[in-house]
Design a protein around this ligand. Structure first.
Ligand code: PGA
Length: 304
């Protein structure tokens, strides 16, 4: 049986992942000679070279690659073990990683403040990305929970709606249709639209609406930010369809209006999504419960 220490494996994993002795030393808060010493001891114990230094570059040998894969799997299950122990002790502490789509920035951060004050032992990382990036993160099992408007259709995930996410048609305040009631969809459909980028959930939903109603979508401009779109609408570049969550009490709000279009607002929901076979930690369950109980902290515009 090899006599390898957990410390040596931790040092090796960091060097292999970061491909650098100095960055590994920084990450695990030790001096660089300590890293070199641990790696040397590991080489001796295993009896084969694991790392080759060419110039200053770190390369893994075949044995190194094998050990790196073993270490990653080990660290992963060790992390789960630590979380299980915290769970068994009934401690509401640990790390919670959430990935949420771009448009949730209007309510998710607002939710985290009260949650963190109630559970100071929980550290949260919130990754805000568009729907396509979020699906990639989900495929790589990078987070505990996901928040999105259009959950994936496959059966490997479990989704729960928790808040309404209506889609509204926006126009500049000076647009002639602002004063009109019960506008027919055909009246707005021929206008130029400013839309979110491909890969966005909002974009997907808008394309579906136009397709279902049989109108071509005239895209004047696409922008990767809801804020930029609101500015462009206020400036008269065109109309847009966005989630009502994007309507915050900011300066642009005075310059844009929601049109009263037949069939709108389109009723949609925000969903909490998680991989079906993933064992949720107590921390993740605590967050889900908190979200449901404090839904009134969200969306002051009463779109629920
Ligand atoms: P998006 O998703 O921010 O990627 O557009 C929002 C939604 O699906 O409602």
């Amino acid at each position: 049986m090899m006599r390898v220490t957990m410390r040596q494996l931790q040092v090796f994993e960091a060097v292999a992942r970061l491909r650098s002795y100095s960055r590994a030393a920084d990450e695990i808060h030790v001096a660089q000679p300590t890293v070199s010493k641990q790696i040397r001891l590991l080489h001796e114990e295993i009896g084969l070279p694991l790392i080759e230094l060419i110039g200053k570059k770190v390369f893994l040998t075949q044995a190194g690659e094998e050990l790196y894969a073993t270490c990653s799997a080990w660290l992963d299950s060790w992390g789960r073990f630590e979380q299980t122990i915290a769970d068994l002790k009934g401690l509401k502490q640990g790390r919670l990683s959430i990935a949420a789509v771009t448009t949730t920035k209007y309510f998710m951060p607002r939710m985290l403040g009260p949650f963190c004050s109630q559970y100071p032992g929980i550290d949260i990382s919130l990754e805000v990305v568009n729907r396509d990036r979020l699906l990639e993160r989900m495929a790589q099992n990078q987070d505990d929970l996901y928040v999105m408007g259009i959950p994936p259709e496959d059966i490997s995930t479990q989704s729960e709606p928790f808040l309404e996410n209506p889609l509204v048609v926006l126009a500049p305040q000076f647009h002639p249709l602002v004063a009109k009631r019960n506008i027919q969809f055909s009246e707005v459909a021929h206008e130029q639209f400013i839309l979110r980028e491909h890969g966005s959930g909002t974009r997907l939903a808008v394309e579906k609406v136009f397709e279902e109603r049989g109108f071509p979508l005239r895209v004047k401009m696409e922008l990767g930010s809801n804020e930029a779109i609101k500015q462009a609408v206020a400036g008269g570049l065109g109309l847009s369809v966005l989630s009502k969550s994007t309507l915050n009490l900011d300066a642009t709000q005075r310059d844009i209006a929601i049109l009263d279009v037949d069939g709108f607002p389109i009723k949609r929901y925000w969903y909490l999504v998680r991989p079906r076979d993933k064992q949720l930690s107590v921390v993740a369950k605590t967050f889900m419960e908190f979200l449901k109980q404090h839904i009134d902290l969200l969306n002051p515009y009463g779109s629920r």
